[in-house]
Design a protein around this ligand. Structure first.
Ligand SMILES: *Cc1c(COP(=O)(O)O)cnc(C)c1O
Length: 454
């Protein structure tokens, strides 16, 4: 296959899905204007971190005249400096001398192991069942009212984001994967746990599944009375809107969404949008309309990523566009502590400024968004602001969501630190020795409070 030939075809709307992988990387980075040494370095990074893109992203989303600085290019293409220089040159050496696949994989696995492949204890979050049975594979019941479900056939995406916190699932390491084919277990679990009102399908991208497979997972949930909402976490609107317009099973999928709504549940379509340019093609706007016409509600979310969307104007434009198209802004996330975090991370102090700078300029209809929010082990921590209390500069924070419901919605303070990028970098403020989420329930609460905060 030749890219030159491919680019000469008409726009990809209506064409069948076609993926580009590391095999095509050299040709694509040449198109972006990279020199030989840099192309090799990019290929070296791609031996460690996953790379996958498709004809829609290549033909419709990336502005090749602006590449390699184009934000969508940066969203999907590995960058030469995403990993430590020593790792990149080691992998580049192996590629240059055509080392065996095994040798390349061994070295790549070693580097992956140093990139915190499973943030927030993802592998340990299987549900411990009340009756002492084995935990259920491929689901997480981290928060009281919500269960996450990772369908086995949904463990890939239409394209990969360079900053993905689930990157470890995509690099072909069986023991780094986390998924379930067992919908019956989930239904049984929901019957035994009426407190669970929301099931969130995630992955990978559940919309990578064709209608018949997706249906096998969703239909059994429609009879669970206590369930109020089914959420689908997906980037398909950004990476392959054809899934809802011209794909052979697009109409059937929209009918499935209608069935969910008709069953009296909210179908919450949790759309991952990273940049306003993703909303530009007519095809995605058409897909949004079709999904909304089923009665599903589209909520939008994304992480804040250095060099891709790290300024207020980008977020303001994105939220405005989403509201214009009837979507509801939901979360701005902080980049997680995994993979090339050093490369993409925006410090919390700056993240808060970017959030506020956008939030202050949009109407109340877009102020449904919360953030900047960190999905950490104890829960989702929001940085509400920076202020001074009793002469000490602090971050004001609260848990939007927490494993311990006692913590939700209560403000707490952390010492201001302009370099901190994650919860683990923060220290308690105002004389407290621990954060509320570090409390041992047997402990006297005064250790947590601090002299200035009686
Ligand atoms: C964000 C998240 C949820 C959903 O939380 P909401 O605040 O209800 O959106 C559920 N489980 C996990 C593990 C999450 O990170």
């Amino acid at each position: 296959m030749s890219l030159t030939h491919d680019a000469a075809l008409s726009p990809s709307a209506g064409r069948r899905f076609r993926a580009y992988t590391t095999k095509h990387l050299d040709e694509l980075t040449a198109r972006a204007g990279l020199g030989e040494a840099e192309r090799l370095a990019v290929r070296a990074v791609a031996t460690v971190l996953p790379f996958r893109v498709n004809s829609y992203v290549i033909d419709e989303l990336i502005d090749w005249d602006a590449a390699p600085d184009d934000p969508i290019y940066r969203l999907v293409f590995p960058q030469a400096d995403m990993l430590p220089e020593s790792d990149v040159s080691r992998m580049a050496d192996l590629l240059r001398r055509d080392a065996s696949r095994q040798e390349v994989n061994t070295a790549a696995n070693e580097i992956r192991g140093r990139l915190n492949p499973h943030p927030a204890g993802q592998m340990e979050l299987n549900v411990p069942t009340a009756d002492g049975k084995d935990p259920l594979e491929g689901m997480q019941h981290k928060y009281h009212e919500t269960v996450l479900f990772f369908p086995k056939q949904g463990q890939t995406c239409h394209a990969y984001c360079t900053y993905c916190f689930r990157w470890a699932q995509f690099v072909g390491e069986p023991d780094l994967k986390f998924a379930s084919g067992e919908i019956d277990h989930l239904v049984e679990y929901l019957h035994n746990h009426p407190e669970v009102t929301s099931v969130l399908f995630t992955g990978g991208d559940p919309m990578i599944m064709g209608d018949s497979v997706l249906r096998r997972y969703i239909e059994p949930l429609l009879g669970v009375e206590t369930l109020e909402s089914i959420r689908i976490g997906t980037k398909a609107l950004g990476y392959w809107p054809q899934r809802f317009t011209t794909d052979p099973d697009a109409d059937d999928t929209l009918r499935l969404f209608e069935e969910v709504v008709a069953s009296g549940k909210n179908l919450a379509f949790m759309a991952h949008f990273s940049h306003p340019n993703e909303m530009a093609p007519a095809l995605v706007q058409q897909a949004v309309t079709r999904i909304r016409n089923t009665g599903a509600v589209i909520r939008t979310q994304a992480p804040l990523i250095r060099t891709i969307n790290d300024d207020s104007a980008t977020w303001e434009s994105m939220w405005r566009t989403h509201v214009r198209h009837g979507m509801v802004p939901y979360y701005m996330f902080v980049e997680r502590d995994t993979g090339p975090q050093d490369y993409f991370a925006v410090p919390l102090a700056e993240a808060y400024e970017i959030f506020r700078g956008a939030f202050a300029n949009v109407s109340g209809l877009a102020r449904t968004v919360r953030g900047p929010s960190m999905s950490a082990t104890p829960g989702k921590v929001c940085i509400d602001g920076v202020t001074e209390v009793a002469g000490e500069k602090v971050f004001v924070c609260h848990f939007i969501q927490a494993r311990d419901p006692e913590l939700v919605g209560k403000p707490f303070f952390a010492r201001y630190d302009e370099k901190a990028v994650w919860l683990s970098d923060l220290e308690p403020a105002l004389g407290a020795t621990r954060f509320p989420h570090e409390r041992d329930p047997r402990e006297d609460a005064s250790a947590l409070v601090g002299a200035a905060h009686p």
